[in-house]
Design a protein around this ligand. Sequence first.
Ligand code: TRP
Length: 435
Amino acid sequence: MIDKTEIERIKQVIVEKLSSIHTLKRVQKINQLVDEIAGQEERETESLSSEEQVVTPWVVSGKIDHDKVIEKFGCKRIDESLIDRVERLTSRRAHVFLRRGFFYAHRDLDKILDCYESGKKFYLYTGRGPSSESLHLGHLIPFLFTKYLQEAFKVPLVIQITDDEKKIWKKLDKEETKRLGRENVKDIIACGFDASNTFIFSSYATVGGKFYENVVEIADCITVNKANSTFGFTGEASTAKMIFPSVQAAPSFSSSFPHKLFPDEKKNIPCLIPCAIDQDPYFRLTRDVAPRLDFIKPALIESKFFPALRASGNNGKMSASDANSAIYINDSAADIKKKINSAVTGGRDNLEDQKKYGANLKEDIPFQYLSFFLEDDAELEHIKKEYGEGRMTTGDVKKRLVQVVTEIVERHRMARAAVTDEMVDAFMTPRPLFE
Ligand code: TRP
């Protein structure tokens, strides 16, 4: 592959050779062509080396090594002492996603805890890009975790529905993204958020006023080069893609909310963002920009990717495009059973080998799912030992998982059925959150 400096050199030579005899326009055209060829080549290499890990907010592929992601992005690992501190400050057991290492990385979480400890308020910000009508289990995870954070710290929460993002990237119809957004809001409400303390908003409906002022301020700090290097945009990216990161950044700053959500004297309230680690590039950029605008850098608490049922080990995340690799919140009990039974496991080929060697738990998706959803530490430990040492079979583990997941999905289905249009409107109405 031609590297970047080589491309620059070639461009220089062409420009020098031709600039005296051609018009400026021609030179610009040559520049553009070289960029396009380089972009094309980059994309081709990406798709060829499928084993290589790629993590952007839109593409997660290859064999994912979560430690390497932290290293590359420059976030910190959440260690035992930080979890202990969260438990001490909130006087409750940490959520399973936290104590079992699923939420594993952070930026400035310690600072948010300092702020909380000294009696100052902070707020939570998370979001969802509405690309499908029904959510799958992987989509639900950040919301279940955010609900725990809201309850444990008793803080306000804002949730952005990025209908604009899905129009730009998925080329979905604008009205359709708005409709999907509203459907998704019902699933989000069904997670049990505190109505008096939660504001849910769509990008399309909200960007204006103070919010738009901040979008422009933020966008004005980000050069095209910076956006390209952070997100891998090439010269062919539309300019909508250039502006969107500032739309996702704006809710990290409390002054973006015009609607008396936050009292005036608290214009600069610290923000904590729970999200999956693929969202880090957005907020890395947000944090770079913050001091230039006299805003506080948002803190982050970030999760690993939720594994697909049918991709082995840590390969890829649960994806909305392969229906069989994911469990949907509207799947029937029979679907759930069928999907779990076809999951990739680390069990041995026959009973004899299973007894002799035990299961390879690292490659076993049903066991991994149990470690996310089975609350009982003692039972999980028991399964780990018995299955790992061959006294339990893959069938036993799948059966237990079917019970656990069916119960969660059933509970969610009932909660969602109780969500009315009036409730959606109430959550989406701007109103004071700090009261
Ligand atoms: N980009 C996210 C998605 O595609 C949606 C989102 C917007 C978000 N703001 C966020 C996610 C803040 C986490 C935190 O789903």
